[in-house]
Ligand binder design. Structure first.
Ligand SMILES: [Zn+2]
Length: 321
């Protein structure tokens, strides 16, 4: 199938401030999600200096429309001369070929050669990786994992998953998954994947809301609200503790296998603040009977929630050096 490229309009949808000239090369990052492309220029220390965003119709958008949106977002790189551009993509990704292989919610993204297209728009090498895998690189270069060769980065909330850096490399075997479907209960609830007792069935927002409702705490409860209510309401305290324990179950398994020693939590867990972090850490340590080479710790991500993917993209550029 031939795809004519749309004329390049290097005008970002959202106006970007001019990027200050820098003696050290800057980093480029792109976040691709169904319907939206974000792009940013970052300093070597992970500070976002300029950003742009362009939208496209996820369900009905054509390849040309995605090309045009990418060109608009990439306008932020004009004049910045980034060292490289790291792309965080959803769905199935082929990093070797620089392709987005398949995205369920955006058919036109399937097979999209995002690395090559960006290489044509920006005079810098572009690489693509799955966003969940990039999160660990963001933490590695700019977050609590700085300077470490082995640790884990954990997405919590609606989406659950673990990214692992092991001896300096992101663990990303073909066909490997993020851990959401590891079995944590032999006779647990049936999961969407068909198996029973997956980690996902007890450690995502869906479980938290259901448990809060069952405990008479109303519908639509959030972790932040439950943590805030916990000192005065026994039912809220129990739900929060159980949720932290469920989250810790998956971390215990990962620690047993890979001994990452540090787990950086992103997403919903951050809303729970220090109280929740401490509960997860206690659960993790309590679940490990054998002495550990390094007493495992739980930390929370430092970047703004929305910027996790962009920081990961910039981390990919640094990792490729
Ligand atoms: Zn499952």
């Amino acid at each position: 199938m031939a795809h004519e490229r749309a004329p390049l309009r290097l005008v970002p949808d959202t106006a970007a401030e001019p990027v200050p000239s820098a003696a050290v090369p800057l980093l480029g990052a792109v976040e691709l999600v169904p319907g939206r492309i974000g792009a940013a220029v970052l300093s070597r220390s992970g500070e976002i200096l300029a950003r742009a965003e362009a939208t496209f119709d996820a369900a009905a958008g054509t390849r040309d429309e995605i090309d045009a949106a990418l060109a608009r977002a990439a306008g932020v790189f004009a004049g910045a001369r980034p060292l490289g551009v790291g792309v965080a993509a959803p769905g199935l990704v082929d990093p070797e070929a620089g392709l987005v292989v398949e995205v369920n919610d955006a058919p036109a993204l399937s097979g999209y050669p995002v690395a090559r297209r960006l290489g044509e728009l920006v005079d810098a090498p572009a690489r693509v990786e799955h966003r969940a895998r990039l999160q660990v690189l963001g933490d590695r270069w700019f977050g609590p994992g700085r300077g470490r060769r082995t640790f884990a980065s954990v997405s919590t909330g609606e989406v659950l998953g673990v990214g692992l850096l092991f001896d300096g490399e992101v663990v990303a075997p073909p066909g490997g998954r993020s851990g959401a479907h590891m079995t944590v209960s032999a006779h647990g609830e049936r999961c969407g994947c068909g198996a029973r007792g997956c980690w996902k069935t007890v450690a995502t927002t869906r479980w938290l809301r259901g448990a809060a409702e069952q405990a008479g705490l109303g519908t639509g409860a959030t972790l932040a609200a439950l943590v805030a209510a916990a000192p005065a309401r026994e039912a809220a305290r129990r739900v929060v503790e159980e949720y932290a324990g469920n989250l810790a179950l998956g971390l215990v398994n990962v620690q047993h296998l890979f001994a990452p020693g540090l787990f950086v939590l992103h997403g919903e867990a951050r809303e729970g603040g220090e109280t929740f972090r401490e509960l997860v850490e206690q659960g993790l340590r309590a679940g490990l009977a054998a002495p550990q080479a390094e007493q495992p710790r739980v930390s929370v991500g430092s970047g703004a929630v929305d910027d996790v993917a962009l920081l990961g993209g910039a981390g990919l550029v640094l990792s490729a050096q």
